[in-house]
Design a protein around this ligand. Structure first.
Ligand code: HAM
Length: 422
């Protein structure tokens, strides 16, 4: 849309007008409620982080997307592109006094210099839900159950989304079976994660750089066609720890009643280097949008950043894609929901004090009240209250003041309730 002002938000940064805030708050409320329901405690940190903590191995897209800068003293800083390194830093610096397993959540603003597409902005909020210090797959199951609860609070069901999961440890077993040395697995994961985003020729080049010959690369690609754990077992020719682990994970999800919400999908690899075990990504069932959220197990990150070794499992759930999914699902009628505000207005200056007293009384009783700031004609007053989708309205004219009553009008049903002014 053409703007009639000189200034606009920087490209990819978002303005939140009141109607946008209503939608954003609904998402934040669901995140927060689900996190509390599952026993997670909230934490937060500055969006400005040390660049050194955020920079990791080459091959990760995220590292090239960092907004970095120097402060006036020459410190190399950045706007965080994700919360996980900050979480690891915070945990590592108090590791001796914290109680594990630790379950923390944050609603973090993150910045990534991305190529802008649908569902991708340069600034987004991300619900982070992490469990540090739990080795068993019950951590993965609990995090996934909490995310499903958040989606349900937003009005979605397992008909609307599916959580696709796999395991890097399992993929590692399969790569070893093809004769690819473990030292190249992480680079192979990052290359495979790019499938569908860059062409196979470019992925082949990345794998060739890792010393994988062309015949093996063909086999690596064919691994991604595997569609069940039975096929994995056949390809491995044996039962490995990673296979047992993912089988147990599936039966645990079954116990949670989440069987319909999840699907095994070997092509889920994730684009961050630190994942070591089960990885997952949620998508809308119709497959129209990018991932709603993603996460997995990262058992080496704490140790890698200088903390004591501790396991981690978590997810990042952004507000951009889910907003698009919800907007598409919500019919126009539903989006016209009234907001819980009583509008209080008055016809002439003489009724201002009465209107003010009514507003004070209603506010003291816990109602949200929008008091008119000047006298208004009834038509204008009610027109504005309806346009704002307010739930109730009280309009005070000379007669009401004389009679000593006010009429509270329900704007949806148009019913009126009389109340003594006293
Ligand atoms: P991620 O997959 O990079 O994971 O991001 C998680 C989610 O954040 C995505 O699924 C998406 O919803 C949202 N997101 C990411 N980038 C953008 C963007 N440019 N615009 C809009 N939304 C975006 C992580 O960041 C991990 N740190 C998550 C995690 C936490 N793993 C373990 N704990």
């Amino acid at each position: 849309m053409a703007s009639n002002t000189k200034y606009q938000a920087p490209r990819g940064m978002r303005d939140f007008y009141p109607e946008d805030m209503t939608r954003r708050n609904a998402i934040f409320d669901a995140w927060k409620e689900a996190a509390h329901r599952f026993g997670f405690s909230q934490y937060d940190a500055s969006v400005v982080e040390s660049l050194d903590l955020l920079k990791r191995k080459a091959g990760e897209e995220i590292v090239n997307q960092i907004y970095d800068f120097e402060d006036k003293s020459g410190r190399k800083l950045a706007l965080r592109p994700e919360m996980t390194p900050t979480l690891a830093r915070m945990v590592a610096s108090k590791q001796n006094s914290l109680t594990f397993p630790l379950k923390w959540f944050a609603m973090a603003q993150c910045f990534r210099y991305e190529r802008m597409t649908r569902g991708r902005k340069r600034e987004h909020y991300q619900w982070n839900l992490d469990i540090i210090g739990e080795e068993s797959i019950s951590a993965e199951a609990e995090v996934i159950a909490a995310s499903v609860h958040a989606l349900e609070l937003m009005g979605l069901s397992s008909k609307d989304f599916k959580i696709h999961f796999s395991s890097r440890a399992l993929l590692s077993d399969l790569l070893s079976k093809l004769g690819i040395d473990a030292t190249h697995h992480q680079a192979a994961f990052l290359a495979l994660d790019k499938r569908g985003k860059i062409d196979d020729k470019a992925i082949t080049e990345l794998l060739t750089k890792e010393g994988v010959d062309s015949a093996t690369i063909e086999q690596v690609f064919s691994l991604l066609e595997i569609s069940s754990l039975d096929d994995v077992q056949k390809a491995l020719g044996e039962t490995t720890d990673a296979l047992v682990n993912i089988q147990s994970f599936m039966s645990l999800l079954d116990t949670y009643g989440l069987k319909d919400a999840v699907v095994f999908d070997i092509s889920v690899v994730r684009g961050l280097a630190y994942y070591t075990g089960i990885v997952f990504e949620a998508f809308d069932t119709a497959g129209k949008f990018r991932a709603i959220f993603g996460g997995g197990r990262y058992d080496n990150l704490l140790g890698d950043i200088g903390g004591k070794p501790a396991t981690g499992v978590g997810l990042g759930f952004g507000d951009v894609v889910i907003d698009e999914v919800l907007s598409e699902k919500t019919s126009d009628e539903e989006s016209e929901n009234t907001i819980d505000v009583t509008s209080v207005g008055f016809m002439q200056e003489e009724q201002r004090n009465t209107a003010m007293s009514v507003a004070s009384l209603l506010r003291a009783k816990g109602n949200n009240v929008d008091l008119s700031l000047k006298p208004e004609k009834a038509k204008n007053f009610f027109g504005k209250a309806n346009k704002c989708n307010y739930s109730k309205a009280v309009y005070i004219g000379p007669d009401d003041k004389e009679k000593g009553v006010v009429r509270i009008k329900d704007l949806a049903t148009r019913r009126e309730e009389e109340m003594p002014l006293s």
